[in-house]
Design a protein around this ligand. Structure first.
Ligand SMILES: Nc1ncnc2c1ncn2[C@@H]1O[C@H](COP(=O)(O)OP(=O)(O)O)[C@@H](O)[C@H]1O
Ligand SMILES: [Mg+2]
Length: 202
């Protein structure tokens, strides 16, 4: 498969959506064919699943399966066709969110999470992943009132540590740990440089 898949990861408030949008706009300006999606979401079905996850209290496994269903829909209906036509695809959250939140955070068996990630994505991994890393206090401060059910501090600490575990353990992938405590512009400068470097050698 041609194309290039970039994922943005990190806890809520780390700046994923901000940076994913900036990279999308920048690459479009540069003349690249590029799409921007959010996971869960970005297909009618996946957006409905996203609403279910937000609006219902549920056990961790039900939640995990809904996340994977939404991902499967996004991968099959949008990401695969785009990659096949040679586009750059940017996703705001992807497989590592499930490993960090459902695996490390909710403490579901990591092997189980990994198998379900593999099923939902048909084994397609991102070509480049940015983990936006910042201290919990700073993320919570940035979010202020917009807290969701995923933001209790102890749970979030496991999630943040989970992202670091992913960074240190998945050596076969290209994962970049980005210091997200800097200004939007400084963070973007690094992301832009890394991305252009990767695209040039394709
Ligand atoms: N580098 C930054 N410094 C300060 N505030 C930021 C920075 N990046 C994003 N923000 C702000 O923090 C909040 C969360 O950013 P957002 O991109 O939505 O994060 P995420 O998608 O990871 O939850 C937003 O209000 C955003 O404007
Ligand atoms: Mg966001």
């Amino acid at each position: 498969m041609k194309g290039f898949l970039i994922s943005f990861e990190g806890i809520d408030g780390s700046g994923k959506s901000t940076q994913a949008r900036k990279l999308y706009e920048f690459l479009k300006e540069e003349g690249y064919e590029v799409s921007l999606y959010r996971d869960p979401g970005s297909t009618p079905l996946a957006e409905q699943i996203r609403e279910l996850i937000i609006n219902y209290a549920m056990d961790p496994i039900t939640e995990l399966l809904l996340f994977e269903s939404a991902r499967s829909s996004l991968v099959w209906e949008k990401i695969f066709p785009d990659l096949t036509s040679g586009k750059i695809v940017i996703v705001d959250r992807f497989i590592d969110s499930t490993t960090a939140y459902q695996g490390y955070g909710r403490e579901i068996n990591l092997g189980t999470v990994s198998i379900l990630n593999h099923i939902a994505t048909r084994g397609r991994k991102p070509d480049l992943t940015f983990i936006l890393n910042l201290p919990l206090e700073l993320a919570l401060h940035r979010l202020k009132e917009q807290k969701t059910k995923f933001e209790e501090p102890n749970y979030l600490k496991r999630v943040r540590d989970g992202y670091l575990q992913i960074f240190y353990s998945e050596k076969e992938r290209d994962i970049r740990l980005i210091d997200a405590s800097r200004s939007e512009e400084e963070v973007f400068e690094e992301i832009k440089t890394i991305t252009l470097g990767k695209l040039k050698v394709l």
